[in-house]
Ligand binder design. Structure first.
Ligand SMILES: NC(=O)c1ccc[n+]([C@@H]2O[C@H](COP(=O)([O-])OP(=O)(O)OC[C@H]3O[C@@H](n4cnc5c(N)ncnc54)[C@H](OP(=O)(O)O)[C@@H]3O)[C@@H](O)[C@H]2O)c1
Length: 270
C-alpha cells in the first residue's frame, strides 16, 4: 500500500511490534497516541490521525474492558469509514463484556474489519504492570488456581500484520491464545528459572490488593479496571485454548518458557 497505515498505540506492546514488521516490509506508517496529539478521551483529535491513511490498527486505552470502549470504538470506526478508511483491525480481549460489545459495534460500522481477540500477553511480565513486582521478587495478586493461556505479543503482531496486508483476513475474528494454560505461580516459576532470580508468587485477598494499589497511587479508574480484570474476568471463563494463531498464520503460537528464556537473555529482569 502506498498510503501509510495508522497504528494507534504505536509505542505499546503490540503496536511497536506491528510497526517494526510493517517498516521491514517497506510500508509507511503513522503513529497515533497522546504523544502525537491523538487522545481516546478527546474525539476532536481523531480525524487528524486518519488523514491520508489506507488502514488502521486500533488498540484502545486503557482497556477494551472499560465502559467507554464500545461507544468510542463505534464512533472511531464510523469516522474512519466516513473518511474513506475502511480497512480496520481491532485488538480485543477475551471474556470482557465491553470488549465483545466493541467488536459488535466495529462489525456494524461498515468497515472491512478483522478482530484479533487476545488472551493476556506474556509481555505484561517484562514490559507491563507485572515487571516491577518481578524485580521486587514478589508477585502478589488476588488470583489463585485459575489458568490463563498467555500469548506472545509477537504472535499477535504477526496476525495483525497479516490482517493489515492481506484482504483474505477481512471479516475474520481470530481468537488467539498461547499454547498452554498456566497459573500465575507457574509463570513466575518459569521466569525464576529463566532469569535466575528468586521470585515468589502469593495469592492475596482483594482488599489487600486494593490497599496496595492505593499506596502505589495508582489512579482510581486504573485500579478499578485491575480489580475487575483479576476478580471478574479471571474467574475461569477464559480457561481454554484456541486455534486463532494456527488459523491466521498456519503455525503454532510461541511457548511461555521460550518467551521467558528470550526475555531473560535480553536482560528484561536484571
Ligand atoms: N495487556 C494484555 O494482556 C491485553 C490482553 C488482551 C487485550 N489487550 C488490549 O490491548 C490494548 C492495549 O493495552 P496494553 O496494556 O497492552 O497497552 P500498550 O499497547 O502496551 O500501550 C499503551 C499505548 O497507548 C497509548 N495511550 C495511553 N493513553 C492513551 C490515550 N488516552 N489515548 C491514546 N493513546 C493512549 C500509549 O502511548 P502515549 O503514552 O503516547 O499515549 C501507548 O502507546 C487494550 O485495549 C487492551 O484491552 C491487552
Amino acid at each position: 500500500m502506498e498510503n501509510p497505515i495508522l497504528i494507534i498505540g504505536g509505542k505499546g506492546k503490540t503496536g511497536s511490534r506491528v510497526a517494526d514488521r510493517l517498516r521491514a516490509r517497506g510500508q509507511k506508517i503513522h503513529f497515533a497516541s497522546r504523544s502525537t496529539g491523538f487522545d481516546w478521551t478527546d474525539r476532536s483529535t481523531w480525524a487528524a490521525a486518519l488523514d491520508g491513511v489506507s488502514a488502521a490498527y486500533i488498540t484502545y486505552y486503557p482497556d477494551l474492558a472499560v465502559k467507554t470502549a464500545p461507544d468510542d470504538v463505534e464512533a472511531f470506526a464510523k469516522l474512519a469509514v466516513s473518511l474513506g478508511v475502511k480497512r480496520l483491525v481491532l485488538l480485543s480481549g477475551r471474556g470482557e463484556p465491553a470488549a465483545q460489545e466493541s467488536e459488535k459495534r466495529l462489525i456494524a460500522s461498515g468497515a472491512d474489519w478483522t478482530i484479533v481477540r487476545a488472551s493476556w500477553f506474556n509481555q505484561n511480565f517484562d514490559e507491563g504492570q507485572f515487571q516491577p513486582m518481578i524485580l521486587e521478587g514478589e508477585m502478589a495478586l488476588p488470583v489463585s488456581h485459575v489458568r490463563e493461556p498467555f500469548i506472545d505479543a509477537n504472535d499477535i503482531a504477526d496476525v495483525v500484520v497479516a490482517a493489515l496486508t492481506d484482504p483474505r483476513h477481512i471479516g475474520e475474528l481470530y481468537e488467539v491464545t498461547g499454547p498452554q494454560l498456566l497459573t500465575f505461580a507457574e509463570t513466575i516459576a518459569e521466569i525464576s528459572k529463566a532469569s535466575g532470580r528468586k521470585v515468589v508468587f502469593q495469592t492475596i485477598p482483594t482488599e489487600d490488593f486494593v490497599k496496595g494499589l492505593t499506596a502505589a497511587k495508582v489512579p482510581g479508574d486504573v485500579a478499578e479496571l485491575l480489580v475487575e480484570l483479576f476478580t471478574v474476568v479471571l474467574d475461569g471463563r477464559n480457561e481454554y485454548l484456541t486455534d486463532g494463531i494456527e488459523r491466521a498464520l498456519g503455525r503454532p503460537p510461541k511457548d511461555f518458557a521460550d518467551y521467558a528464556r528470550d526475555a531473560a537473555a535480553r536482560g528484561a529482569w536484571k
